[in-house]
Ligand binder design. Structure first.
Ligand code: TXA
Ligand code: MG
Length: 341
């Protein structure tokens, strides 16, 4: 059998080299990952990391994820690696999982926001991996949106938020998954999911005895353990209402809004869309196809936001499987403006 070596074409190689050079020089490059686009800087360079906070307008108490490509890098950045941390790294990396570790002295206070832990992720996206390897450093990267806006899942959405503010955007097409990584704290028991994503509790429990969701994910009155989760998030500028329940009632619900339906943008499942004839509908996925729903949601919210509708109406999903992670994002996007219909 012939073994084929997949070579990156020349133009792509050139862009990637340039990007790595910018990172080495202390600049910022937005790059694709399998979850969402990241806003990357040299994670060991405090000043470069500070710039990330400035361009995003990010609160200073919200720590950054360091992106790596191998276990040696994790060893450098942590003071200990437990058996359970190793188990998740071995089984679920590279991929959409961020693990919290006890940090080493190598992790600066800008990244950790003064805490004694560090969030680390090993992404699977080929461009992200190349960038990390060629920059020869862990890359600190939050999602590449202005704080509070939906995370960008394509280069154009990054450009809309970041033009003129950062040196470069690497265009890797649409993010595969579309919502941010699962964040799990393994520094103390019970192991806690701070942010659900592609992986939910049951996926992690294949490898760990017990995992719980952070209380704030189930009770809105509890302050989240993860700093980033306490802020209003992922929000379009247009007012958004998320509808749940029996979609046979959608016409009644919309009538009662007393807004001309031409002035409403709808994001609906294929099944619901078939039952109505509103003007501005984007079909997001089949009702139970959570993978496609997650893939599209942030880009659709951004797209619908451009039309200055009076209201956006988005059909929600069941809080089961990856629907848990989708509803986590939607609740923040609509500031808990959820209607049971
Ligand atoms: O998929 C993702 O995770 C994307 C891509 C670019 O990798 N990144 C991302 O970063 O979503 P960001 O900064 O938007 O969200 C990181 C979340 C925040 O809620 C932050 O508070 C939390 O992780 N976090 C970071 N370091 C932490 C730590 N040491 N302890 C607890 N939470 C932490
Ligand atoms: Mg973010």
């Amino acid at each position: 059998m012939d073994t084929i070596i997949g070579k990156l074409d020349e133009q792509k190689q050139e862009a990637l080299n340039k990007a790595a050079q910018i990172i080495k020089n202390g600049g910022i490059v937005a790059f694709p990952t399998e979850t969402v686009y990241g806003l990357g800087a040299n994670g060991l360079d405090e000043n470069a990391c500070k710039k990330i906070f400035d361009v995003k307008n990010r609160k200073r108490d919200n720590p950054l994820i360091l992106h790596v490509t191998n276990q040696e890098m994790v060893e450098e950045l942590t003071s200990e690696i437990t058996d359970d941390q190793k188990k998740l790294m071995d089984n679920l990396w590279p991929g959409p999982l961020t693990i919290i570790f006890k940090k080493s002295d190598k992790v600066n206070d800008v990244v950790s926001c003064g805490g004694d832990t560090v969030a680390i992720r090993n992404p699977s996206n080929e461009i992200a991996r190349f960038l990390i390897n060629n920059s020869k450093c862990p890359i600190a990267a939050p999602s590449a949106n202005i704080s509070g806006r939906p995370s960008p899942t394509n280069a154009q959405d990054v450009y809309n938020d970041m033009k003129g503010k950062i040196e470069m955007i690497l265009d890797g097409g649409n993010s595969n998954i579309g919502i941010e990584s699962t964040v799990v704290d393994l520094t103390e028991k019970p192991y806690t999911i701070l942010r659900p994503g592609f992986f939910i509790k049951e996926d992690l429990e294949e490898y760990l005895d017990e995992v719980v969701y952070d209380k704030s994910l189930v009770d809105q009155n509890v302050i989240p353990k993860s700093p980033g989760q306490k802020y209003k998030h992922y929000a379009p500028k247009t007012k958004l209402v998320v509808i749940l329940g029996d979609m046979n009632n959608i016409k009644n619900f919309v009538e009662n809004l007393e807004i001309d339906t031409k002035e409403i943008g709808f994001i609906l499942s294929e099944e619901t869309a078939k039952t109505v004839d509103y003007e501005n509908i984007k079909i997001i996925s089949k009702r139970n196809d959570y993978l496609t729903f997650a893939h599209n949601i942030f880009s659709y919210l951004r797209e619908m936001d451009k039309f200055n509708y009076k209201l956006l109406v988005c059909e929600g999903v069941k809080e089961e499987k990856m629907g848990i992670s989708i509803m986590n994002r939607l609740k923040k996007s609509c500031a808990n403006n959820i209607e049971q219909i």
